[in-house]
Design a protein around this ligand. Structure first.
Ligand SMILES: NC(=O)c1ccc[n+]([C@@H]2O[C@H](COP(=O)([O-])OP(=O)(O)OC[C@H]3O[C@@H](n4cnc5c(N)ncnc54)[C@H](OP(=O)(O)O)[C@@H]3O)[C@@H](O)[C@H]2O)c1
Length: 184
């Protein structure tokens, strides 16, 4: 069964990026050898990817074109659902532009995932849309020792989560939560 997993990094005060979509504050942190969920183990379980438009554009701009991804500018080889109201820039054949509520795309995402997990890459409002639709099982955050004051929120909404696992990797505090549901 496909699990929907939001695997991301955040500032201590809950931002995915600063107000200019910069990740300098994140990429400058020392990473560790140990992790409760190493990226390679995580990505091996991912069969489909979900991303919002700003995140997609950031990856196109910042991740080298010769990174894995079927020779495409998109850095991931898994079938990808790009939530946007506009045409996809430099879209690879395995990137599908979609819009609307997540539930409309559930069957397609799960068919693409083919029994593996769906990675909600971001942003935080899109992750919240998935959570509201009952399509978010897990939030895995690496928390950087930085506050930003303002920026793009980790998760746009009020939700209850249960802490399942915690750890440390380099400068990061790691936490894995199960999503309980929307907080009324
Ligand atoms: N810290 C990390 O590890 C991490 C992880 C992920 C992302 N990030 C960063 O965090 C920032 C997130 O940016 P963001 O908050 O703007 O979120 P985003 O989800 O990446 O982009 C938001 C845009 O996606 C489109 N969209 C979202 N939901 C949609 C829907 N249901 N239907 C159609 N289109 C939809 C809309 O774009 P249009 O209407 O313009 O098409 C919307 O303005 C980026 O800078 C990204 O690089 C950081």
């Amino acid at each position: 069964m496909t699990r929907y997993r939001f695997f991301t990094a955040t500032s201590l005060d809950g931002f995915l990026a600063d107000e200019h979509d910069s990740l300098d504050w994140l990429l400058s942190q020392p990473t560790g050898q140990e992790s409760i969920l190493p990226y390679d183990d995580f990505i091996a379980e991912v069969g489909a990817i979900v991303t919002g438009r700003t995140t997609y554009d950031w990856v196109l701009e910042h991740v080298a074109e010769d990174d894995p991804g079927n020779g495409s500018p998109w850095a991931y080889e898994q079938p990808t659902f790009l939530f946007t109201h506009r045409d996809a820039t430099r879209a690879a054949p395995h990137v599908t532009a979609v819009s609307g509520v997540p539930a409309e795309h559930r069957a397609a995402i799960e068919a693409a995932a083919d029994g593996k997990d769906a990675w909600i890459v971001g942003g935080g409002d899109l992750a919240a849309e998935f959570a509201r639709a009952g399509m978010l099982d897990e939030v895995h955050v690496s928390i950087a020792p930085v506050t930003l004051g303002t920026g793009k929120p980790l998760m746009g909404g009020r939700f209850d989560l249960e802490l399942r696992e915690l750890g440390r990797s380099g400068a990061f505090l790691e936490a894995r939560y199960e999503v309980v549901g929307e907080r009324r």
